[in-house]
Design a protein around this ligand. Structure first.
Ligand code: S3P
Length: 185
């Protein structure tokens, strides 16, 4: 943690299927913060599903929408920001989140991720013949950024409520102002 960083918000980053939205909602309720789910905001604003944006305008257009939203969130306060899995990879996005949020990465193994996403069809990046290989490849590519988070929470063997409690207690520790006692001689 960089000393003196203002943690006005909590940002959840991590791969597809790790539970950012579910855990984000629980964290928001425990802290009495508002949940901002970046995929949902983009879908509401454009009136299209993420997969439709990928299909009709391409991934670059979706990344531009994400980056615009990240900029807007710089002035946010009291938000839990559940990000799309690729959002922190776009240049500048991770650094932007770090300026105002306690960045927490939810981490899961390739197998867990695969088990969680295999029956879901709304993630265009996994529409491939060998999704496990794709997950492994993307995870390898993304892990250097994911690992720069302030907190890393493994979700393979944790229920969402337990992950949420962990995040809240870590967040409270870093945001609690402790009295400083000066020795007088
Ligand atoms: C993506 C993750 C998705 C969504 C889009 C791209 C990614 O969000 O933003 O399909 O690049 O990992 P979730 O992480 O919420 O599935």
């Amino acid at each position: 943690m960089t000393p003196g960083r203002p943690f006005r918000n909590v940002a959840l980053i991590g791969f597809m299927g790790v539970g950012k939205s579910t855990i984000g909602a629980l964290v928001a309720s425990l802290l009495d913060f508002t949940l901002v789910d970046t995929d949902k905001v983009i879908e509401e604003r454009t009136g299209r599903r993420v997969a439709e944006i990928f299909a009709s305008e391409g991934e670059a257009a979706f990344r531009a929408l994400e980056a615009g939203l990240v900029q807007e969130l710089e002035s946010a306060q009291g938000k839990v920001i559940a990000t799309g899995g690729g959002l922190p990879m776009f240049p500048g996005n991770f650094e932007s989140l770090q300026r105002h949020a306690y960045v927490t990465c939810l981490w899961a193994s390739v197998d867990t991720i695969y088990q969680r996403v295999r029956y879901q069809s709304h993630r265009p990046l996994l529409h491939t013949a060998d999704p496990t290989a794709r997950i492994r490849e993307l995870l390898t590519e993304r892990s250097p950024i994911y690992r720069k988070a302030d907190l890393l929470v493994g979700v393979d063997f944790r229920a969402p409520a337990e992950s949420a409690r962990l995040i809240v207690s870590a967040y409270r520790q870093v945001t609690t102002v402790r009295p400083v006692f000066h020795a007088v001689s």
